[in-house]
Design a binder for this molecule. Sequence first.
Ligand SMILES: Nc1ncnc2c1ncn2[C@@H]1O[C@H](COP(=O)(O)OP(=O)(O)OP(=O)(O)O)[C@@H](O)[C@H]1O
Ligand SMILES: [Mg+2]
Length: 140
Amino acid sequence: MRLGQLIEPGDLICLNGEMGAGKTTLTSGIGRGWGAIETVTSPTYVLVNEYHNPNGNELHHIDCYRLADTLDIESTGLEERLENNVALIIEWPEFVLPYLPEERLFIDLIYEDDEIRRIRMRAVGSRYEALLETFVGAAF
Ligand SMILES: Nc1ncnc2c1ncn2[C@@H]1O[C@H](COP(=O)(O)OP(=O)(O)OP(=O)(O)O)[C@@H](O)[C@H]1O
Ligand SMILES: [Mg+2]
């Protein structure tokens, strides 16, 4: 079971974790599992990457790190993306938390050492509780 396969239009996934924890790397795996036609890369310079799958759905990956200083919330197009019912993966969500719906899946990545990351997932809302239950049930 791949987490990406469970993602539906309108889903919101927030990735927490310090710099280098593996948020972008995880996103690329999720994007592949979801079925992205494009290669999933890092949005560090473009802020947002938009992916498509063969079902005609979109997955947008937003890196909010630079909102801490130079950019403002408008530059993310977050509001439109939320309205358009696309699936969203957000890195550094702490910078946009007030603009996000309460219900979401949190993934915390913890850097243990060079080779090892710990992962913790937390669901807020019934949609995400169901998603997590399916994922955990299938994975273990
Ligand atoms: N699960 C993992 N196990 C071992 N190494 C990993 C893992 N995930 C990522 N890495 C490595 O850690 C480094 C940083 O990964 P990544 O760019 O995904 O972090 P990030 O959390 O997105 O960082 P930033 O906050 O700077 O965007 C990369 O060199 C990557 O190969
Ligand atoms: Mg990153």
